[in-house]
Every structure is written in C-alpha cells, then in structure tokens.
Ligand binder design. Structure first.
Ligand code: 5GP
Ligand code: MN
Length: 347
C-alpha cells in the first residue's frame, strides 16, 4: 500500500488530497487508543466538532471507557464505546468512508477494536505524536516532536485554512489535550509554538481556568487516600536514580478505585531530587495483567525501555507497557533489568 505522508515531521505536506476528500459529505469514524486520556478524547472530540461543522456524518468510537474527569467535555455524551456496543460500532466502522485514528500509531493499541479496524476496507488517516509509527494508514501526519495530538489537530485545521471555524467547544477540547499531555505546559515537548496555540485557543473561547478545575480538582476522599497508599508504597533505588510504586488490586478495591484515579501518581517518584526514572505498576486482575506507566527526565528513553522489556512504548520521556507476571514477579523482573541500564541512568 502506498502511504502518503501529509507532513513528515510537520514541515512538508500535501493537504490537497485531504481537502478533496473532505469537500463532500462522508461517513467518518474517529477513533483513539484503549484507556483514552485527555489528549485522546480532546483530539477526537475537537475533530468531531470540526467535521460536523463541515457537514459530515461523523462519530467518535473509543475502545473502552475513560475517566470521569473528562465527562464534561462537549460532545462526550455521543461517544460510542466499543466494549459496550461492539455490534453498532462494527457496523459504523464498516460503513465508514474515512477513519481517523488519533493519538496512537499501531492498531494493537486499539484493544478489542483491533480486528475490526484491521479488516475495514477504507481510507485511514493517522494523526499522532508517538514514536515508531506503523504503516496501516493512507494518510499519515506523524510528528514525535509535537506536545500532543491535540496540538496537531489545531495545525491540521490550520493547514486546511479553517482556523476561523474553531468554536469555543473545539478550542476547549484541544486545550484539554495540550494541557494534560504537557503536564500543564511543563514537559520538554512544550514549545513556544505550543504556548502560541494555547493563547489562540483562549482567544477562540477556551475557558482555561475552568478547564484546569474540571480536569484536576476532582479528588474524592478515597482517591486521596489511594494516593496515600501510593506514597507509602513508593520505593527509591538511589543507585539507579530510579523510583517505583506498586498498587495491588486489593489496595485499589479498598479505595473504591475508578478509572483515572491513579492518573499522575507515576510523577510522584520523578519529583524526588536526583530521580531520573519513575515507574508505577498497577495490578489489573480482570485483565490478568500488570499495567505499567514509565516516566523519565532527560536522555533516558522510557520508550526504548518499555518496548524492549514490557511490550509497550510511547514517547521518549513518557511510556506505557504491561506484564503478564504477578505484581511481585514484575517488580523482580524490573529490578533485575536495571543494572544493564546503570550507565544510562547514572550519566
Ligand atoms: P500512560 O503511562 O499515561 O498510560 O501512557 C504514557 C504514554 O505511553 C501515552 O502516550 C500512551 O499513549 C503510551 N502508552 C501507554 N501504554 C502503552 C502501551 O501499552 N503500548 C504503547 N505502545 N504505548 C503505550
Ligand atoms: Mn497524546
């Protein structure tokens, strides 16, 4: 299959074919990765509102549920969840003239939707900022330097000469993903361009203060107490500039765990002076896996680490992965790997 790169690392592009595709009404499905985060939902809903305003029949389908702190977002109530409504989702995917896959670059990231997407005989457009993109899409806008897929949606609309179509709803959705993926504008991926885009979004009607409150000020007592457990379980391996946290299913159950409750916990370890590498291991009995989140500062690549040892990947400084071992065996494996990274971790 010939892959037509829309913009390779964002500079060169041929957007005319996309303009042509979008010039008449289409059935469009927008989808994103399993366990969607702020960037996944933000980019999907922003694109949804934009495509609806162009007169398309568009729909967002997610592989599964997402956290409650995203459930105020405009258009969120129209999202179809594949794991609850597989048959409807499958027929929508079959009917689609165009499928946008956002914030992921390998169909295996779409969970139970993978098969249905792989069999869909239609045109795929990938918009994503993760490393090592796969080649399932006809049109690829991949830029690993970008702060977020949401920022890329802004540039996508910009390249289509449609910035004037950005409504307060679209601006708010884009704002959410830039904010969450940059750790509120602090990670290395935050550039002056990111700030310029964010400034424009406020001018287009994004209510920045209210968005921060809705996404971050949503603690419950049990979630704060769960954070206490995370702090108690935090271990520091000074010789490897590494910190890690474990959360067992039992601990999650005792604190009324809901999706999103452990969001951000992995960063606790990274805030310790001298720590360059932080990991959280979260037991998921239902799926029979340990879900792993990895973060780093500076040159240490958690994308490489996770890809090599924990069936995952992501970005240079933020990645995810999983393990089929028990929680304690997973931690044992992790600790046994660290000596081979001694040099990189102590540079
Ligand atoms: P998080 O730790 O917040 O779940 O994910 C961090 C980053 O890694 C996100 O950009 C996410 O999309 C990516 N990521 C999370 N889990 C996986 C995984 O299992 N495989 C791959 N390839 N990427 C992941
Ligand atoms: Mn993202």
């Amino acid at each position: 299959m010939e892959v037509r790169w829309l913009f390779v690392y964002s500079q060169t592009m041929n957007i005319d074919e996309i303009k042509e595709l979008l010039s008449s009404p289409k059935n469009i499905v927008i989808t994103t990765h399993k366990n969607p985060d702020g960037d996944a939902i933000g980019s999907s809903l922003a694109l949804l509102h934009y495509l609806l305003s162009l007169g398309h029949n568009a729909l967002v389908i997610t592989p599964n549920e997402y956290p409650d702190f995203l459930k105020w977002m405009p258009g969120e109530d129209t999202v179809l969840k594949y794991n609850g409504q597989a048959q409807v989702a499958q027929s929508k995917i079959k009917e689609a003239d165009l499928i946008f896959t956002l914030d992921f670059n390998h169909l295996s990231r779409s969970g139970d939707m993978e098969d249905t997407l792989a069999k869909a005989n239609t045109t795929f457009v990938m918009i994503d900022h993760h490393q090592q993109p796969d080649s399932y899409a006809t049109y690829v806008y991949s830029d690993t330097e970008m702060s977020s897929t949401c920022q890329m949606i802004y540039h996508f609309i910009e390249k289509l000469d449609d910035l004037d179509k950005i409504t307060p709803e679209i601006a708010s959705c884009i704002y959410v993903g830039i904010m969450t993926d940059t750790g509120s504008f602090r990670f290395r991926s935050t550039t002056s361009k990111t700030h310029q885009v964010v400034a424009d979004l406020i001018d287009y009607g994004a209510d920045n203060t209210s968005i921060h409150e809705r996404v971050y000020d949503t603690n419950t007592l049990s979630r704060l107490q769960l954070k206490g457990v995370a702090l108690k379980n935090l271990k520091v391996l000074q010789e490897y500039s590494t910190a890690y946290i474990t959360m067992s299913q039992k601990e999650l159950d005792q604190h009324n765990f809901k999706k999103g409750d452990t969001e951000g916990f992995v960063n606790i370890g990274l805030s310790i002076e001298g720590i360059k590498f932080a990991v959280i291991f979260i037991e998921n009995r239902k799926e029979g896996i340990i879900k792993i989140s990895l973060r780093s500062k500076g040159d240490f690549s958690v994308n490489e680490f996770s890809r090599s040892h924990f069936e995952g990947g992501g970005h240079h400084n933020a990645a995810g992965g999983k393990s089929n071992l028990s929680l304690s065996d997973t931690v044992g494996k992790f600790i046994s790997i660290l000596p081979s990274y001694n040099k990189l971790l102590n540079q």
